[in-house]
Design a protein around this ligand. Structure first.
Ligand SMILES: [Zn+2]
Length: 466
């Protein structure tokens, strides 16, 4: 009897999970192809080592557009095209220079870099006393009398107790983004911001900033200081609050220039009107070569389409790769893509972004309805053999954000984040810090999710409401 029950159970589970075993096979084929015949790493090598940092409006950004377009052309997709978009052009100028002066003539150099979008210092630089704060809220407590004529030094570190380093970043980045706008209102001459980095090292980390509505003539220069430099400055200040700080930078905002989003697609076999997007941003900061941020996300997204071709799976829905321009200092590419999609009445059902580094994938976070999240979470067992376990509600990605509407499923690849901010926006965001297998596993994980979305579809808002 027990034997018969067992046989019946085996037969039942076989038939119940028959569909899943097809899925298991296809996902296995995707990972095998990514790990044995992957192209992502070679593409990243070219982007990083032949082209380099790809700041919007730069020659390298244009080279990256040409290169990725040509590579997509070679994949035999149904269509590859460039979508024009005007982007800001900010240039760093000559390397920045800074020192702490403890006594007249007694100076110690510290590594700094201008924040993206900052104005230059006067040609001879700025030298002034320093006032250290832990955040923007401290400015009001100190008041104009203690800030006017000084350099404000924002030194709140990223919180090391946060397990997601992105949460630690979110808790700090207001100093970088709005620090100059706010300190300028109290008469500060400039701002120095502790780098968004959990590690103590000598790399300053750049990143975007904004002056809000402050007119050009009232803007004050802003620079990031390395975490070691920040520690030294803070310690020196404690010994003697009257020390001076000097910095000089010659960065400049130039008129907008034309650039492009690079797009390729495989047309859906049965629901071509339903569009699925995978993407990353092709621009990067200029200090490193933008390997993790976000060369990795670009080549993984290209690889998703190539893996579909490689494994002979033709999607039922239209699958598009979008390499967005200008995420770092403007988001113009993401906004343009959404604007064109809306004007053409395109029906996007799914968008997935990879912009958290090329590290070991852990899973995804989703910005979608509860019904869709439930459906996606039911696929978790399929990912277990690949140690992918994270399927949570949360943030998707900056470039796909503007597409957001009620029915759309937005998703972000979530790699392990522990080392990301060692490199983010710094000179050491370079190719040798990307591990080939980790990069490939990320691409395969993305392709597997896209495959399941394509096969089973998303739950439309009309069904949820009905
Ligand atoms: Zn990025």
């Amino acid at each position: 009897m027990r034997g018969i029950v067992l046989v019946v159970l085996l037969l039942l589970s076989g038939s119940v999970f028959y569909g899943q075993s097809e899925d298991e096979k296809q996902i296995r084929a995707i990972y095998d192809a990514a790990l044995t015949k992957g192209k992502a790493y070679d593409w990243l090598n070219h982007l990083s080592n032949q082209i380099g940092g790809r700041l919007s409006g730069s020659v390298q950004a244009q080279q990256a557009v040409d290169y990725t377009r040509q590579q997509l052309d070679s994949l035999g997709l149904d269509r590859v095209w460039l979508q024009p978009v005007m982007v800001p052009k900010w240039v760093r100028g000559t390397p920045e220079f800074a020192y702490i002066e403890t006594k007249p003539g007694l100076t110690t150099n510290v590594p700094i870099c201008a924040l993206g979008g900052s104005v230059a210092t006067p040609e001879k630089g700025i030298k002034a006393n320093i006032v250290e704060v832990q955040g923007i809220a401290d400015l009001e407590k100190l008041g104009r009398e203690k800030i006017e004529g000084k350099i404000v030094f924002y030194n709140r570190p990223m919180d090391p107790t946060q397990i997601s380093t992105f949460a630690a970043y979110s808790g700090c980045v207001d100093q970088r983004y709005s620090g100059a706008e706010e300190a300028g209102k109290y008469g500060a001459l400039g701002v120095i911001v502790r780098s968004m980095n959990l590690r103590l090292d000598d790399y300053p980390h750049t990143g975007s900033m904004s002056y809000g509505e402050i007119p050009v003539e009232n803007r004050i220069p802003a620079a990031a200081i390395s975490t070691k430099g920040a520690e030294l400055l803070s310690t020196t200040l404690k010994l003697n609050p009257n020390i001076s700080f000097y910095f000089k930078q010659s960065c400049k905002q130039l008129p907008d220039v034309e650039s492009y989003n690079v797009i390729g697609e495989i047309r859906g076999s049965t629901h071509p009107e339903e569009i699925m997007v995978v993407g990353g941003h092709l621009d990067s900061w200029d200090l490193g070569d933008g390997s993790h941020d976000d060369g990795a996300g670009c080549v993984q997204s290209m690889e998703v389409l190539r893996l579909f071709k490689e494994t002979g799976y033709r999607p039922k829905r239209t699958l598009r790769v979008v390499l967005f321009m200008n995420e770092e200092n403007g988001l113009r590419g993401g906004n343009k893509y959404a604007e064109v999609a809306r004007s053409k009445n395109e029906h996007h059902v799914f968008a997935l972004e990879s912009d958290s580094g090329g590290f070991t994938p852990r899973g995804f976070s989703f910005d979608c309805s509860e019904e869709n999240l439930k459906q996606i979470q039911s696929w978790k067992p399929l990912f277990e053999p690949y140690l992918i376990h994270m399927f949570v509600e949360g943030y998707s990605g900056a470039d796909i954000g503007p597409l957001k509407n009620e029915g759309l499923v937005l998703a972000g690849l979530r790699p392990d984040s522990q080392r990301y901010f060692d490199h983010h926006h710094a000179e050491n965001d370079t190719f040798e810090h990307v591990n080939k297998r980790e990069l490939e596993l990320g691409a395969a994980t993305m392709a597997s999710l896209v495959y399941l979305i394509d096969k089973y579809g998303t739950v439309p808002q009309s069904v949820i409401k009905g």
